[in-house]
Design a protein around this ligand. Structure first.
Ligand SMILES: [Zn+2]
Length: 86
């Protein structure tokens, strides 16, 4: 279906409600058709860029060579746990 151009048509601004020529309306990012005085471009903060967290952990972390991976206290506690189950 063909649409009329609207060369002589009058429209209402979606923001201020004033009558303006139909062809002077501009469409905003949210779909509102507003007059040129009311037109505001989309603010960049409405589409923030993705932020990644600070890198803290190492990918291939290993304990120091002289460090015992299991402390004596942990080993004693684990042994006590095993003894209590028997
Ligand atoms: Zn307006």
């Amino acid at each position: 279906m063909p649409y009329a151009v609207g060369k002589h048509a009058i429209a209402l601004c979606d923001r201020c409600g004033f009558q303006v020529p139909y062809l002077s309306l501009k469409e905003e990012w949210n779909g509102n058709r507003v007059c040129k005085e009311c037109y505001e471009p989309k603010h960049p903060q409405l589409e923030p860029k993705g932020k990644r967290g600070d890198a803290e952990a190492l990918r291939h972390a290993r304990p120091a060579p002289d460090e015992d991976p299991v402390s004596a206290a942990d080993a004693a506690a684990y042994q006590a746990y095993l003894d209590s189950r028997q």
